[in-house]
Design a protein. Structure first.
Length: 105
């Protein structure tokens, strides 16, 4: 999952997969932190890579996809990865609101 989703989405997806007997399908939350107009640069030179997984082997498989990209890898559980993305978005919104208010002064 690359998108911004509410905390708990991964648990719901995992439960839906298991209800269908798809226990062999892994689930990893791997939020992106890309800026508009700088997506390629942000992907190739990220300040961090967040990987939240239910199973260590699924997290390791996603981490291997980033081979050759030098950045700290933050390995967490799925809910924490979802929360990291929400917190990053909230902080960005706060910064933008603050600078807009300063501009109004």
């Amino acid at each position: 999952m690359k998108s911004t989703v509410p905390v708990g989405t991964g648990d719901k997806v995992r439960a839906a997969l298991e209800a269908r007997g798809l226990t062999n399908v892994g689930y990893v939350s791997n939020p992106e932190f890309l800026s508009e107009g700088r997506a390629v640069r942000d992907f190739l030179e990220p300040d961090r890579i967040v990987i939240g997984a239910f199973a260590d082997e699924d997290g390791a498989a996603v981490e291997a996809l980033y081979g050759g990209i030098e950045a700290p890898v933050v390995r967490t559980d799925v809910a924490s990865a979802e929360m990291i993305k929400l917190a990053a978005n909230a902080f960005l919104m706060t910064r933008i609101s603050f600078i807009n208010e300063i501009a109004n002064v």
